[in-house]
Design a protein around this ligand. Sequence first.
Ligand code: DAH
Length: 343
Amino acid sequence: MQEKIEKILNYTKEKLNTITSSAACQDLRVEILGKSGEITNLFRFMREVPPEKKGEVGKLLNDAKQQVEGWIQAKEAFIAEQELNNQIKNSEKIDITLPTKEVCGSLHPRTIIQKQIEDVFISMGFVVEDGNEIETEYNNFTAVNVPQNHPARDMQDTFWLDNGQVLKTHTSASQNRILRKYTPPIRAIFPGRCFRNESLDAGHENTFFQLEGVIVDKEVSVGNLIYFMKEMLSKIFKKEIEVRLRPGFFPFTEPSFEMDVRCPFCDGKGCSTCKNGGWIELCPCGMIHPQVLKNAGINPEEYSGCAFGLGLDRMVMMSAGINDIRELNSGNLKLLKQFKLDF
Ligand code: DAH
């Protein structure tokens, strides 16, 4: 038996030396170890081996089997490496310096507008602050002069959390924290995502973006508000922009206004963007209510302030001619890619 095994091992070794492909390795494996392979056949003689010799012969056969499998595997690995080296050397050279065809994403039009507005305000001495998306009831309402049971709370249908906090309904929710963070004079803007339980339509989303601004100093007046907004809009639209104020109502400002902008697309002559009215309603604003200053530890006898709450989605829709706010959150790349916001 030993002789037979040695013969097979020698034969296998010689054959392996001549083999150059992995397919030939597999053929050899079948020839020696397959169902009717040379070594497999020897296992059949086990029946004739006397019981006291069975252990010894069985071990010889198993060792031989393992040895052959090991040799074949080593040869296969060697051939695979050679094949790879040949590929790299010859036909499949990859030039890593060639430009690749990468698909790059782009900023969302809302992000583009936000960055542009931030840059303008920064150039006018404003700091840019972040707001929380989950706010305390106090910051979202009470601090901005909307106490519990005040009818003004109904103006903002709110998502309440189990712990009594809210998804902020407006960026004004960050006013208290930011007014406390700095000592006047303060010039700050704070963009952020807001949430309201709205019934959705072309003009209403449950998730939308605002950009709030506050200016607190000695003797701040409506004139400051108009100046900064005019400056910002003129820089964004790259031309002189006219604004006008109409009376409004917000619990956190007194007096409160709605600021309109002379349509930058038709210069007030009338077009589809301004629905032929010549003016576009842009943002609510006003003089910060003395109670709001007090709530933030600022003495309203010494300081006054103004604030505005710009609708970022509205700015994008107006600039890009999108007439359904829901498109902005849709992730619809076909639509979003069309808008290159360049004024
Ligand atoms: N927070 C208001 C809203 O979302 C908007 C607003 C109005 C903000 C007047 C202001 C402001 O800062 O002065 O409805």
